[in-house]
Design a protein around this ligand. Structure first.
Ligand code: PLP
Length: 399
């Protein structure tokens, strides 16, 4: 009897089933359920001839181990990719993805809503290597053709933007980009491949900050870059040349997180939608930025392309002095203030994109907050926010 369904027979299973079984082979490890942590640099070759021809799947620690194969093969299966590499952070996954897609003299288009450190990487590192980056309106859709140049080699999308939540029409952008020979690179961290299968929707190279939902515990830094058959060879070579391999313990933790990621995402979605609707009804709130809400301008695209939402969304408050927002946030008991997200705990941070947007103007009409809704009791979370709004009103003098 086989101890786990064979990879070739897993294609018939739903994503939830694959998430449990992908990247494991108990029959090859004495029946133990999980792939163990292989630590190591040197890999011994049995003969002179084997060494001379680098024969064998494993040749050196940085070139792959059974642990990295387990994680990357599982991710490829879930993302519908030809191959995946694991990096020590999400930003490293992004830089390797972009470095695989562009060369000196190329032009790169990046959504104005992209993750800020992505912009900095393009504006500083890629620029030094002769790649010019320009930013485009995230809502551009098929209009991307108008900002493409002769030498545009890649278009970076992020849907929704992980700070401002504009929904991008990825299939429309990919259709135009591919017709002009450009590569589509996507930061898919918000949805994960479970809610948005990137390579089925026209993405060539997809990035996941495993630091977020794959970990689920705020205890891990990891990135995954996956590619379709066309871009997998160049991604794989670029990755090995930079040698940005993730550590074995982190990869093990990522696989552990993967088994429960579907379950956690469903709960984050349910909790976040409940809080988002509750916030919509608050007198202090101007609007909620969440593509799964029918009122959101990106809702139709979200509904067409995504099978669910995660736990991260934005809120625009009615205008109040900054000190009132500070009074609200400083006293929160359950919502932590800090970067990153995707863990079990709720978070809330203020944000302002005015200083760095270049293609579009960020003028939401009031102070902006980003929420990540964790797994705490909804009543407790609302009571915490309710008290926060009371502090905000008192500080603003609108009580
Ligand atoms: C956090 C994040 C990253 C980077 O991940 P790190 O592991 O922190 O480097 C990339 N993209 C998005 C959208 C993120 O939220």
């Amino acid at each position: 009897m086989s101890l786990t369904p064979k990879p070739e027979s897993r294609a018939k299973f739903a994503p939830a089933t694959r998430l449990v079984h992908a990247g494991r082979d108990p029959s090859g490890q004495h029946g133990f359920v999980n792939t163990p942590i292989y630590r190591g640099s040197t890999v011994l070759f049995p003969t002179y001839d084997d060494l001379k021809h680098r024969r064998g799947r494993y040749t050196y620690g940085t070139h792959g181990t059974p642990t990295s194969d387990a994680l990357c093969d599982a991710w490829s299966e879930i993302a519908g990719a030809a191959g995946t590499v694991a990096t020590p952070s999400g930003l490293a996954a992004l830089s390797i993805g972009l470095m695989s897609a562009v060369s000196a003299g190329d032009h790169l288009l990046v959504s104005d809503s992209a993750y800020r450190p992505t912009r900095i990487f393009c504006d500083e590192v890629l620029k030094r290597f002769g790649v010019e980056t320009t930013y485009y309106d995230p809502l551009i859709g098929a209009g991307i053709g108008a900002v493409m140049r002769e030498n545009t080699k890649a278009v970076l999308v992020e849907a929704p933007g992980s700070l401002t939540f504009e929904m991008q029409d990825v299939p429309a952008i990919a259709g135009v980009a591919h017709a002009r020979g450009a590569c589509v690179v996507m930061d898919n961290t918000w949805a994960t491949p479970l809610l948005f299968p990137p390579h089925e929707r026209g993405v060539d190279i997809a990035i996941e900050a495993g630091t977020k939902y794959l970990s689920g515990g705020s205890d891990l830094l990891l990135g995954l870059t996956s590619a379709n058959a066309e871009y997998w060879p160049v991604l794989n070579r670029t990755y090995h040349q930079f040698s940005v391999c993730a550590g074995p313990e982190d990869m093990f933790l990522a696989m552990r997180g993967m088994r429960t990621m579907g379950l956690r995402l469903r709960e984050h979605e349910r909790q976040a939608l409940d809080i988002a609707r509750w916030l919509q009804a608050r007198p202090e709130v101007l609007r909620v930025l969440h593509p799964a809400l029918p009122e959101d301008p990106g809702h139709a695209i979200w509904k067409r392309d995504f099978s669910g939402a995660s736990g991260l969304f934005g809120v625009i408050l009615k205008p109040v002095p900054e000190a009132a927002v500070a009074a609200m946030l400083d006293g929160l008991e359950l919502f932590g203030m800090g970067f990153s997200w995707g863990g079990f705990e709720s978070l809330c941070i203020p944000f302002d994109c005015t200083p760095f947007r270049t293609a579009t103007r960020w003028a939401p009409g009031g102070p902006a907050l980003r929420f990540h809704i964790g797994l705490e009791d909804l009543g407790d979370l609302k009571a915490d926010l309710d008290a926060g709004f009371a502090r905000l009103r008192a500080a603003a003098g609108t009580n």
